[in-house]
Design a protein around this ligand. Structure first.
Ligand code: MTE
Length: 306
């Protein structure tokens, strides 16, 4: 078996990803085209050595069971309500402690990066999980282009605030706009990507189009969608869920079976798509990415820094 985390892999070592599509997923894929419009084209992306060997969930699962409170709090609300979000033109304001602050247009961002397909395990704080074939690029590539300033210690992210198109923002569900944050070393880690697609096509709106964060060793809520602002700072930034309920949602939010959510166990998870009677499986520390990221937390008490 190939060790997909070896850094000396060449593209040709990695199985072409088209092969995992089975008939059911192809049918789901055809239905999924409705999200992206009839002109949806396959995105050229190289397979990534960072992918897991796990079989991805179907496109139907990934695009119909979502958390995106700007479009409602039900799992099927984002697929039903996100269709009207204007995602082009789009730009990301990069500021704070950077050498080249400014507005970075999405097309221009994409011109300077190499897109990869990265199949990542995804673990939601609600104790379900899935496997997603993202298309994206390392966040570190964009931060390097903006030039990380000497004193920067954290990266703050912010979602679009546009209540006319994001109806949930008119209700006091969260302290809008949705915000997230990473420590700089977490943000620069090669597993941390900005995703602009999945299953070989442009990102569906319910999954965070046109650009969202993916941090595979942390609970899903860290993976903020529809990003319009990235700020480098020397102070730990406020985040949506930590602001909402600091007792239940810490800043780090690393997947950890030994640290329970105050209201439920985090020791096991329910893989989505396994059918009604599929069992739960043990959750792995750092969602199985421990070999890659445990060193980031050496010396930290993960129960205190949850
Ligand atoms: N980003 C924004 N802007 N708003 C949200 O409500 N929900 C988060 C995260 N990013 C959320 C968000 C949560 S709780 C999860 S589990 C993931 O998105 C879900 O991502 P998915 O719908 O692509 O599976």
């Amino acid at each position: 078996m190939i060790d997909r985390f070896r850094s000396d892999l060449t593209w040709s070592d990695v199985t072409p990803r088209g092969m995992f599509l089975n008939r059911r997923q192809l049918i789901a894929g055809a239905a999924g085209l409705a999200f992206a419009g009839p002109a949806a084209a396959k995105i050229a992306a190289r397979p990534s050595a960072y992918s897991t060997d796990a079989t991805p969930n179907s496109l139907a699962d990934i695009t119909s069971y979502n958390n995106y409170y700007e479009f409602g709090t039900g799992k099927d609300d984002p697929a039903a309500n996100a269709g009207g979000l204007t995602i082009s033109p789009w730009s990301v304001e990069i500021g704070g402690m950077v050498d080249k602050p400014g507005s970075y247009g999405l097309e221009d961002i994409l011109k300077h990066v190499t897109l990869e397909e990265r199949i990542y395990r995804f673990r939601c704080v609600e104790a379900w999980s899935m496997v997603v074939p993202w298309i994206g690029f390392p966040l570190s590539d964009l931060l390097a282009r903006a030039g990380v300033g000497a004193g920067a210690k954290y990266v703050a992210f912010q979602t679009l605030m546009r209540p006319e198109e994001m109806p949930g923002e008119s209700y006091p569900i969260l302290d809008w706009p949705y915000r997230e944050g990473l420590r700089l070393d977490e943000a620069m880690h090669p597993l941390t990507i900005l995703a602009t697609g999945l299953y070989g096509e442009a990102l569906p709106r319910q999954n965070g189009a046109p650009i969202r964060l993916v941090v595979p060793w942390k609970y899903g809520f860290k993976s903020i969608k529809a990003i319009v602002r990235i700020t480098l700072t020397d102070k730990r930034p406020p985040t949506a869920w930590n602001t909402e309920n600091p007792r239940e949602y810490g800043f780090f939010s690393n997947v950890n079976p030994a640290v329970d959510h105050p209201r439920w166990s985090q020791a096991t998870e329910r893989p989505l798509g396994g059918g009604l009677f599929a069992g739960r499986v043990p959750t792995q520390l750092f969602n199985g990415y421990g070999d890659q990221v445990a060193a980031l937390y050496a010396g930290q008490d993960l129960k205190a820094d949850f």
